[in-house]
Design a protein around this ligand. Structure first.
Ligand code: AMP
Length: 293
């Protein structure tokens, strides 16, 4: 694996078909599963690490976002990454960007409504990475379901020649969705945080037993939810609009603040007539690398 800092170096290092895994670093098995998927599908696996200031609001945790490049290099190499792109601020934004990408009602709800400007920041950095690297495929986690909807639509609207590959959420052995921010969860908070995945998994059981009402599924998630709840909602997977019933591909999403940490999670559903396939994510059978970080 080589570590490079410029787009030109990334392009020069690519041979054959390439896949890009964009991240903000402080890697865990969720990121690694994207890299491993890429490893199985393309010749050159590129991963990027860039904590993108544009996607953090003024009151968010940009300053305390966890960073550890040595550890990330070791984990990325172990997951089969060929090229690790670690640009500095000047390579990404030599001057403050004047170009912006409008996302219309894709950001009207859920994360978009709570984090003004967040998805516009994501859209700009993802577009820059796709334009500057020109990968054949790019890998995104279902963990960030609204982000996945935004990226898929952006690629269609801008005719970007890349295939977006969604990857299932990786969960800790107890069900908690892995997140770089989990390391802020202390003992009691870690226990409360489990209520997000437990509620979603109970709702997934209800779907498998035939429940299709958005309202009822949301009520199941809310029942034992701890922390300060921001939203619980069933949403259309491609438009990110609220859904009354499970009639099309969808995600059931939750956001809550536990202790000082804002957590999100969701379960994805693919709908084919009366048949619904539930993607609960995959569980680790050993402690996450985050625990030894
Ligand atoms: P981040 O570093 O948080 O920006 O995440 C980089 C990529 O990893 C995004 O596509 C995320 O959706 C994905 N990701 C983050 N956490 C997980 C997880 N637990 N399972 C699967 N993918 C994830």
């Amino acid at each position: 694996m080589i570590v490079v800092e410029t787009f030109a170096e990334v392009r020069a290092a690519i041979g054959g078909r390439s896949g890009l895994v964009p991240t903000m670093g402080y890697l865990h098995e969720g990121h690694l599963s994207l890299m491993e998927r890429a490893r199985s599908q393309v010749d050159t696996v590129v991963a990027s690490i860039f904590v993108n200031p544009l996607q953090f609001g003024p009151d968010e945790d940009l300053g305390r976002y966890p960073r550890d490049l040595d550890r990330d290099e070791e984990l990325a190499a172990g997951a089969g990454v060929d090229v690790l792109f670690v640009p500095d601020g000047a390579e990404m934004y030599s001057e403050a960007a004047k170009t912006s990408i409008g996302l219309a009602d894709l950001t009207a709800h859920f994360e978009g409504a709570r984090r003004p400007g967040h998805f516009e920041g994501v859209a700009l950095v993802v577009t820059k990475l796709l334009a500057g690297i020109q990968p054949d495929r790019a890998y995104f986690g279902r963990k960030d379901a609204q982000q996945l909807a935004v990226v898929r639509r952006l690629v269609v609207d801008l005719s970007l020649p890349v295939e977006i590959v969604p990857v299932s959420t990786v969960r800790d052995h107890d069900g908690l969705a892995l997140s770089s921010r989990n390391q802020f969860l202390s003992g009691e908070d870690r226990v409360q945080a489990l209520s997000l995945s437990q509620g979603l998994l109970a709702a997934a059981d209800a779907v498998e037993a035939g429940e299709r009402s958005g309202h009822k599924l949301e009520a199941i998630v809310l029942e034992d939810l701890a922390g300060r709840v921001e939203y619980v909602a069933l949403a259309d997977a491609s438009t990110a609009q609220p859904l009354e019933g499970l009639t099309t591909d969808a995600f059931l999403a939750v956001a809550a603040v536990v202790g000082e940490t804002r957590l999100i999670d969701n379960i994805a559903f693919s709908v084919d007539g009366d048949r619904v396939v539930v993607d609960r994510g995959v569980r680790l059978d050993r402690p996450s690398v985050l625990e030894s970080a």
